[in-house]
Design a protein around this ligand. Structure first.
Ligand code: KG4
Ligand code: ZN
Length: 387
């Protein structure tokens, strides 16, 4: 089964083709193409993601990115196409809010053959609604023209399965209940996975997401957007030099009796401490980055341990952009080695931790293979979609 996947929930336009063989207990995946265009530079001046800009960029990027994806996957065959008036009208109606995308899309479709794709997986939420709509409508236009069914995907399920792409792991071999710690720019969640597609939220942030805190603190330290990688780099430098931080930050909700998180106090504490500093030099930034990361790690580990103990889950899956963080990965590996030697820990490859389309294709494979109900239906963009 060849799966074409489309991801436009935030500021990354991503398309992939995954070749999948077998079923969920005995599968083999080959990533035929994995393309991504980041808009991070364009959003940097706003210090965060600006929804209308994201939508416009996705609309511009999707068609050229599809062309590149099909070429990378060796599925790009030039042959003039006869597209009926009715089809043109239907697609035009679908893309009427994006006239520029419609023109680009039709120009490509008129000159290439339908590729060897069996199913289209597209992110329908959660994320920025205008950005999601562009991806969803693009998928619907392709589905209409090529007569290929669509499987709508929850972006967070994509982050869950991103760690299960390795040669040795099979989706069907995951021992339930499993626990997922999803840490991204929009989410900080502990999710109990009772079975595939049967999820229960057992903890989440009451205010900022952890990635959002990384981004806001990075902005205060003049490190640009997105802030996660910049903070991570500075704190790695601090650790390599054995710098001791002169600053101490709080660990909000560390002692609370639930599995919830709070990160806005941490960000405010950084702001107040910075107010007392006259000149912000590189070493001060390194010390802040390290102390901030230490606080985040301590909170994430404490709450995850609480959730593991409460749920008796024997498997932990990390996912989301923040799970690309070197120190967080190291700390969780160490925790499992020392305190949970009988448990399994799955961490995505760093480049599949942040948003990408491969994870959306894997979730598409899961839905196509593991569900007794037909997974195909019309996608509907939903900014607040829950797992
Ligand atoms: O999952 P993701 O790519 O997009 C969302 O679904 O939100 O996560 C993006 C978030 C951003 O806040 C970014 O700063 C953070 O992940 N991030 C990191 C690192 N790489 C990305 N945070 C900490 N350390 C990193 N290395
Ligand atoms: Zn994400």
């Amino acid at each position: 089964m060849n799966i074409l996947s489309i991801e436009t929930s935030c500021d990354e336009t991503a398309i992939a083709v995954l070749e999948a063989h077998g079923d969920i207990s005995e599968h083999r995946f080959a990533i035929l193409a994995n393309t991504l265009l980041s808009q991070a530079d364009k959003h940097a001046e706003f210090g965060g993601v600006y929804p209308t800009l994201a939508k416009r960029e996705h609309a511009r990027n999707l068609t050229p990115l599809l062309e590149k994806t099909l070429k990378d996957a060796f599925l790009f065959n030039v042959r003039e196409q006869d597209i009926s008036e009715t089809q043109r009208e239907e697609i035009q109606a679908l893309l009427h809010r994006e006239p520029e995308m419609y023109e680009m899309f039709m120009r490509l479709m008129e000159r290439i053959e339908k590729p060897d794709i069996d199913v289209i997986a597209v992110t329908e939420g959660p994320g920025l609604a205008p950005a999601l709509w562009v991806g969803v409508n693009f998928a619907k236009a392709l589905s209409l023209l090529w007569d290929i069914p669509i499987i709508p995907i929850n972006h967070m399920e994509g982050h869950i399965v991103a760690s299960l792409l390795s040669e040795e792991i099979r989706l069907g071999h995951v021992v339930f209940p499993a626990l997922a710690l999803l840490i991204s720019g929009g989410h900080t969640e502990l999710v109990l996975i009772k079975n595939w597609m049967d999820y229960e939220l057992i903890g989440s942030t009451r205010d900022d997401a952890v990635g959002e805190a990384f981004d806001k603190v990075a902005r205060m330290l003049d490190l640009g957007y997105p802030g996660g990688p910049a903070i991570s780099k500075l704190s790695q430098e601090a650790r390599a030099r054995n710098l001791k931080s002169r600053y101490s930050l709080p660990r909000p909700m560390l002692q609370s009796d639930d599995c919830d998180f709070s990160f806005s106090g941490l960000k405010t504490a950084v702001l107040y401490t910075l107010n007392d500093i006259d000149v912000l030099n590189d070493d001060i930034k390194r010390e802040f980055a390290q102390e901030f990361e230490d606080a985040v790690v301590e909170i994430l580990i404490k709450k995850t341990k609480k959730a593991l103990d409460q749920t008796e889950a024997k498997t932990l899956i990390l996912g989301g952009g923040v799970s690309a963080n070197t120190e967080i990965r190291r700390a969780f590996r160490e925790l499992f080695k020392e305190q949970y030697p009988d448990h399994l820990l799955y961490i995505p490859e760093a480049k599949l931790s942040t948003d990408n389309a491969v994870m959306i294709a894997v979730a598409g494979f899961l839905r196509a293979s593991a569900s007794s109900e037909p997974a195909y239906r019309e996608p509907i963009a939903q900014g607040n979609l829950k797992l």
